[in-house]
Design a protein around this ligand. Structure first.
Ligand code: NDP
Length: 442
């Protein structure tokens, strides 16, 4: 059942999320990243909506060509080049891997080759920038708004296709979820793991490839633009590139682990993931770099080191917490966490076909400090990206505000799901680990 609050939030997002993205990008393009000035202009009658709209770059053939090539290239890398990285990178898990058990009891196989796609894409990018010169490294920045229209077209097309597919030709009918509410189903998705053919998995491709591979390229394009405009790249831009680069590389290094995260394990594929991965992620997760093109902040050494430390400690907590759970689950508790055998709570649950399964919830390591300490580390890293931009404009801080809302909402959503899955066992767990994000506070 869809409660009124979920429905209201969904309608709000469907209506306003595309506008929010447009507003942020437009305010950089036309107002030097000020979020207030466009409103002042509109309220004082200095400008009309049509003035702003008329100044907005439109869809161009060039952007369509770039975007089509980009997505097609990522499809080729995803579908046709089996992973070779796991053959020579010690510790890297790639190639064919299994996902988690779906509610209908299915275990999907995935070709994990995201790291390889990222490496090939970036090698070509640098080869072009320093050797071939087929296109300018600033190409993404220079076509940023026309590309936004392309990303929206793909985002809406794929979400609409996923909805139609869910009704008429689902990959696995037993793993479909129909609430009867059109907007909810469109937003949160019907099919659990929509696929075309055996290997083209919508969730893995759209979550990882066009958006997250692009993330680091977009930042590089911003750095190149700073170089072009000011003759230098500021240390804040380098910090943003490095810290977000670590986050992106971590994602691809751990792509097999990612199969066990909420996005793949629990969420259905709808507009939330389809449009979100095509538009929201590449456009709003990269706002710091965009801001720094318009405001090239040069940080003092102490500030730069402080921000770097915050980002690295946040990353360490994020990675170690995720690693501890992964190790614990992979070894079924037969491992060491901080040098000791982990403590845990035994729990059980039923799948839709009535089969009973057993699981364990760890209460050791970071998982004994708080129930989502991985989110806390993620938030520390996010804050570091924002701080690198100084305090002049609020726009650069959107990311930490958004991540706080996203991850707090995710905590609540996940705990609601875990409670319905594990029942009283989940209650025993929350009694043993009473805090969600910050021990002693929340
Ligand atoms: P988690 O990795 O925290 O996974 C939650 C699931 O883990 C629960 O549903 C439960 O699943 C299991 N679990 C919960 N508690 C325990 C425990 N004590 N011991 C063992 N298993 C437990 O959440 P996400 O998948 O949301 O996040 C993964 C990472 O991705 C996080 O670090 C997050 O910060 C990051 N992330 C980043 C985003 C971004 O946009 N940058 C967006 C979303 C996530 P089960 O049913 O198996 O028991």
């Amino acid at each position: 059942e869809v409660d009124w609050f979920s429905l209201a939030s969904i309608l709000f997002l469907l209506m306003f999320a595309p506008l929010i993205v447009y507003y942020f990008i437009m305010s950089c393009d036309q107002y030097q990243c000020s979020l207030i000035d466009p409103l002042i202009d509109l309220f004082t009658g200095n400008k009309h909506l049509s003035d702003i709209w008329n100044k907005t770059p439109t869809l161009t053939y060039k952007a369509v060509a770039i975007y089509t090539l980009w997505v097609a290239f990522q499809v080729v890398l995803y579908l046709f080049i089996p992973d070779f990285c796991h053959r020579f990178l010690p510790g890297y898990v790639g190639g064919i891997q299994e996902g988690a058990v779906t509610p209908a009891g299915v275990v999907n196989q995935y070709e994990i080759n995201g790291l390889q796609a990222w490496i090939i894409t970036h090698v070509l990018w640098f080869a072009n920038a320093y050797y071939f010169h087929w296109f300018s490294p600033t190409v993404i920045f220079d076509n940023w708004i026309p590309l936004l229209w392309c990303a929206n077209i793909l985002g809406y097309a794929v979400s609409t296709f996923a909805m139609i597919k869910g009704y008429f030709f689902p990959t696995n009918a037993k793993d479909c979820k129909f609430t009867g509410n059109f907007f909810y189903d469109y937003m949160m998705g019907i099919e659990f793991n929509p696929r075309i053919g055996k290997w083209f998995d919508f969730k893995l491709f759209f979550n990882g490839r066009p958006g997250i591979v692009a993330w680091t390229l977009i930042n590089l394009s911003y750095a190149a633009k700073q170089q072009e405009l000011y003759g230098q790249v500021t240390n804040s831009m380098i910090l943003v590139n490095v810290l977000q680069g670590i986050y992106v590389l971590d994602f691809f290094w751990n792509e097999a682990w990612y199969l066990k995260t909420i996005d793949i394990c629990h969420d259905h594929f709808g507009w939330y993931l389809g449009w979100g991965d095509c538009v929201w992620l590449p456009y709003l997760y990269t706002l710091q770099g965009l801001y720094l093109v318009y405001h090239p902040v040069q940080l003092g050494t102490a500030n730069a080191i402080g921000i770097l430390m915050l980002g690295l400690i946040g990353y360490y907590i994020f990675r170690m917490t995720n690693h501890q759970k992964d190790l614990f689950r992979r070894t079924n508790g037969n491992c060491k966490i901080w040098g000791k055998k982990p403590e845990y709570i035994e729990c059980s649950y039923m799948s839709v076909d009535g089969t009973k399964y057993y699981s364990k919830l760890m209460t050791s390591g970071f998982w004994g400090w708080a129930r989502h300490f991985n989110y806390t580390g993620d938030l520390m890293g996010s804050l570091a990206y924002c701080l690198a931009c100084g305090f002049e404009h609020i726009l650069a801080y959107f990311y930490i505000v958004y991540m706080t809302i996203l991850l707090t909402h995710r905590c609540i959503r996940d705990e609601h799901r875990c409670f319905s899955k594990y029942g009283k066992d989940w209650k025993r767990y929350t009694a043993a680990v009473p805090y969600r994000l910050i021990p002693g506070i929340f």
